[in-house]
Design a binder for this molecule. Structure first.
Ligand code: C5P
Length: 226
C-alpha cells in the first residue's frame, strides 16, 4: 500500500519557529514517530513525505538515523494541506491503485490502525479513521450565537489515516480546484462529489499534535507504550 504523509505545515499554532514535526517527544521528532509507525505497518510498502523543500535536509537527516527499509520519496508541499495532498497524488507511481493519506502530525497512530485502513480500502472507494465524539457539538454563527445542536450519536471525529481509490481521489481533487472548494480533509472532497466514505474505528490516542499541550499529552501516551 502507498502512503502519503502531509508534513508541509508550519509551527504557527504550536508557537514554534519551525515545522512542528521537527519538535521532539521522548527524544524523537514527531515525523520520526510517524515514519516508525509506517515502517512497522506490514501493509505499507512505499511512503511519500510531502513537505517544504527548506525542511528536506532536516527530514533526510532524520531518515538516515531511522534506517527504514521501505522506499521514501520527497514531494514538495503546497500552501494548504489540500494543495499538499494534490501534489502528493501527482507524484504517486503509476502502479498506485489505492492510497492511504496520514498526517505527519498524527504521530501516535499505531501500525495496527494503518494496517486496518490499508486492508479496508481494498474493498471500498474511500474511508476515514474516526471515533465517536464525546462532547456535545454546537453549530455557531459569526456572532458566536448557537444555532443548533446536532444529535451526538451521528457525530464522529475524523482522523487520519484516510484511504482512497487513487483515480477517484484525483478526480475529486481536480473538481475541488475547478469549484474552489476549500476542505480540511480529503474525504470531504469525495462527500462533495457524492461518493460514499466508510468509517474505520480510529484510536482515542491518535491525536493531531497541534498545540504545546498536545506535546505533553503525546509524551504521556508514548511513555506508557514503551
Ligand atoms: O496544520 P495541521 O496540523 O492541521 O495540518 C495537518 C497536516 O497537514 C500536518 O501533518 C501538516 O504538516 C500538513 N500540512 C501540509 N501542507 C500544508 C499545511 C499542513 O502538508 N500547507
Amino acid at each position: 500500500m502507498y502512503l502519503l504523509i502531509p508534513a508541509a505545515g508550519s509551527g504557527k499554532r504550536m508557537g514554534a519557529d519551525r515545522n512542528k514535526l521537527l519538535l521532539e517527544v521522548r527524544s524523537k521528532t514527531l515525523i520520526a514517530w510517524t515514519l516508525l509507525a509506517a515502517e512497522a505497518a506490514t501493509a505499507i510498502n512505499w511512503m511519500g513525505i510531502i513537505s517544504q523543500p527548506h525542511d528536506w535536509d532536516d527530514f533526510k537527516a532524520i531518515l538516515a538515523d531511522l534506517k527504514l527499509t521501505k522506499p521514501v520519496e520527497f514531494i514538495p508541499g503546497g500552501n494548504t494541506r489540500q494543495e499538499s495532498v494534490y501534489n502528493g497524488l501527482q507524484a504517486l507511481p503509476e502502479s498506485a491503485k489505492q492510497v492511504l493519506i496520514h498526517d505527519g502530525a498524527r504521530c501516535l497512530a499505531t501500525p495496527n490502525l494503518l494496517n486496518n485502513c490499508a486492508e479496508a480500502i481494498l474493498s471500498c472507494s474511500g474511508l476515514i479513521a474516526a471515533i465517536p465524539v464525546k462532547d456535545t457539538i454546537k453549530i455557531v454563527d459569526a456572532s458566536n450565537v448557537v444555532q443548533s445542536t446536532p444529535k451526538r450519536e451521528n457525530l464522529w471525529a475524523a482522523q487520519t489515516p484516510q484511504g482512497f481509490d487513487v483515480k477517484l481521489l484525483k478526480q475529486c481533487h481536480a473538481e475541488g480546484v475547478r469549484q474552489g472548494w476549500e476542505v480540511t480533509d480529503d474525504a470531504a472532497l469525495l462527500e462533495k462529489c457524492g461518493i460514499e466514505v466508510q468509517i474505520v474505528p480510529g484510536e482515542e490516542t491518535n491525536l493531531k499534535v497541534t498545540t504545546p499541550q498536545d506535546l505533553a499529552i503525546a509524551e504521556f501516551i508514548l511513555s506508557h507504550r514503551e
